[in-house]
Design a binder for this molecule. Sequence first.
Ligand code: G6P
Length: 600
Amino acid sequence: MCGIIGYVGHNLCIPKIIHGLENLEYRGYDSAGIAYVLNNKTKIIKEKGKISNLKKLLDFDTTTNLGIAHTRWATHGEANKINAHPHSLGKFTIVHNGIIENYSKLKQELENNGYVFKSETDTEVACALLDEIYKQEKDILKALNKVTKIFRGSYAFGIICSDDPNAIYALRCTSPLIVANSPDGNFIASDVPAILKYTNKYILLDDFDIAKLTKDNIIIYDEFLHETKKKVNTFSGTFESAAKNGYEHFMLKEIHEQDKVFKDTINFYFDGTIESLKKNFSFLKKYNKIDIVACGSAYHTGLVGKSLIENYVNIPVNVEVASEYRYKRCFYDYNTLVILVSQSGETADTLAALRKAKNDGITTMAIVNVVGSSIAREADHVIYIKAGCEIAVATTKAYLAQLAIFSLLTIYLGYQNKTISENELNIILDDLKKMPKLINDTIKNNSYFDIADKIYKNKQIFFIGRGIDYAISMEGSLKLKEISYINSVAYQAGELKHGTISLITKNTPVIAIATDTKLIEKTISNIKETKARGAYVIYVSNEEPSEKFYDELIKIHKVHPILQSILTIVPLQLLAYKVAKNNGCDIDQPRNLAKSVTVE
Ligand code: G6P
């Protein structure tokens, strides 16, 4: 949520900063801005909308070698130029990720002390408070350290102080922030893609660390202002993995990577033997009650996970949206495991849910994509998916990789619990081997685009399914609405008639998913109810129907139910993609959304 980059080095900073900022645009694109130091003076240029608007205002040859920049996902105040970052008051200029929760009270006090604010942001309040404390302390580090005792909430700051125009300061609490040294100079950034062109080595700041970057040096201070040495991490992806590689959109590229992502994720934990699963997952054996907690698409993978684990391992699973879970009463017992699912590993509500479980003494396990992210670091156990860098806001490959992990966990636990027999195990493992090719075949089928061409003008599109197919419907519906802005709801097929069917009129698209053999007949009855009201039915199934109750058929390959959802989701992703494309939508950066939601 919001992107931060800063550079200080021997080269011109604007080209480097803008390049980095463009690689972070998926984190926020309501407005963008830069502050750079020229002849010891800080100059700020900012603009509403995308980074391309900001670029038009910049002279890339400006002889400045120090700057900080920001691409914004608005939290406080409208997405306009005044509220865009950087903000400046007194001697401090700041770019900020996160939310300072007690900013209103602080703002009143600062106004009483004579500060005048131009924007509605909490960030401008941070500038003023820092300025006020600096006047007392007369020391930048001490002032930075002191504000951490006053702010409540989450923040990652990139800071320039006019009294030290050759340095960038960085400070974080909860929101991630990295610093990196490269042959080209020193960087701060909210995320690795911003700096990958220059280096894949980076240091992740801990909460309340302060970093001071000059052109030849990076010094990190801990919360007691002692100089501290930190572990240097290496990002295993490449710069190419963060590029479009000839695809029109990142989302399309990422959908096409899913066969490889599946293979990489499975192979990381499973070498074909049950022993390898034992080695990686044996810690799971003792739990007989599971809570899965996540947000957005990760929550939807949790729903699939619940269906798999309950049906094949025979233990109860409760799935909750993290923003609700963290405030609700939980009925833990000694054998409860809390599983957090998060692509970014930084989602604020999921992180808070993790902390809640840990506070209550419950073992936590995270399924995460981003290595070293907060959730990965704080959970008792981590299972990394191997999705690589995901740029499109609408997740596809990370979602599929999360499903792959739930399949593996189910296979392992089911086999251990003897709820999956040796015979069934062999059938599953046979299918598992075929999956990368089947995923690839499913992606390559271009009939979905023709179907999308027929439905893209509709104002609403329904998804229905039962059981695990309902869980997949929810993700299909979310994919569609988040990138195409078409109203879409997913319903349990049997529930539709209790109200929502009143919205079905002639030609309303209903995408019906039916892959669970024992429920297919029931779902077909529900489909017929919609057909009788004029629905335009798109039937997604792994079985050839014996009668024609649909308008369009998407036939997917049939595999063992533990693996089936991984194939079912692919056509839904591509349908959503093409519907959005036909509507001229900004597919990789849908309005109002951000890739990683680090505010509550
Ligand atoms: C945002 C993204 C979604 C994602 C959700 C949870 O809303 O747009 O695609 O599913 O956050 O993110 P996480 O990183 O925790 O999986």
